[in-house]
Design a protein around this ligand. Structure first.
Ligand SMILES: [Zn+2]
Ligand SMILES: [Zn+2]
Length: 237
């Protein structure tokens, strides 16, 4: 039952042949305007938001399909918490419809990498939602993928209990590179794939690690972007 294929639009659930309907695709297209090129936060007619102008993050750009709270929110919940893994197809189909192939060719992406899950979370969920997206990006866009070059160390504690400074300090110790696969990182243009981007702190930390190990550029490919603080309470990643 976990892997049932969707027979309806992933967003509005209207019955149809493709994974997302024209009406919902148009909604996604409308949400592409006025976003910061670097972090995908809302901006007012600017290419860069004020935060990225003052203190640019380590990653180079962020592309996201929609905001959290938009038409794909329910699909994301079903994907992550009801284990409807096949929805990953719909997310990637929508992504490619919105951005076309030009966007990733312009970024000259060499490899797509997932955000690694802790063993505990992987065990609980049974799949890494980021890796499932990576696999489909890789297949449909013919880009290489690597599931283990980026690893999580075992130093994590309960993030919800830590304050912001403690969280950031811990984050910097959480991610490691498998040194035997360093050639997948050095000099490469990398796309980091994530389901939901909240503050961007995790992606920023990973981008820093990747650049410390010689990555040329790091781009976030995210399904949903949320500036809502509430998200962390109702929908922990
Ligand atoms: Zn629809
Ligand atoms: Zn920004």
């Amino acid at each position: 039952m976990k892997f049932l294929l969707p027979t309806a639009c992933i967003a509005c659930q209207g019955f149809q042949q493709s994974t997302i309907c024209e009406k919902c695709l148009n909604l996604l297209k409308q949400s592409q305007v006025n976003r910061c090129h670097v972090c995908a936060s809302p901006t007012i007619n600017n290419q860069y938001c004020s935060t990225c102008q003052i203190k640019p993050p380590h990653f180079d750009s962020t592309l996201c399909l929609d905001y959290y709270g938009g038409c794909l929110t329910d699909a994301m919940h079903r994907y992550k918490y009801q284990y409807q893994v096949a929805l990953a197809h719909g997310f990637i189909d929508a992504w490619i419809s919105i951005y076309g192939k030009e966007f990733y060719e312009s970024q000259s992406i060499d490899v797509v990498l997932p955000i690694p899950l802790s063993y505990k979370k992987l065990h609980q969920r049974g799949f890494n939602q980021s890796w499932e997206l990576c696999k489909r990006f890789s297949k449909k866009l013919r880009i290489k993928r690597h599931g283990t070059v980026l690893m999580r160390s075992h130093l994590e504690e309960n993030q919800a209990l830590a304050n912001k400074t403690e969280r950031l300090m811990r984050l910097s110790n959480v991610f490691e590179i498998d040194r035997s696969s360093i050639n997948w990182i050095q000099g490469k243009n990398i796309a980091l794939v994530d389901d939901v981007m909240t503050t961007g702190a995790t992606l920023n930390t990973i981008a820093q690690v990747l650049k410390d190990f010689g990555a040329q550029s790091v781009h976030n490919w995210v399904i949903l972007r949320t500036p809502l603080k509430k998200y962390a309470e109702c929908c922990p990643s």
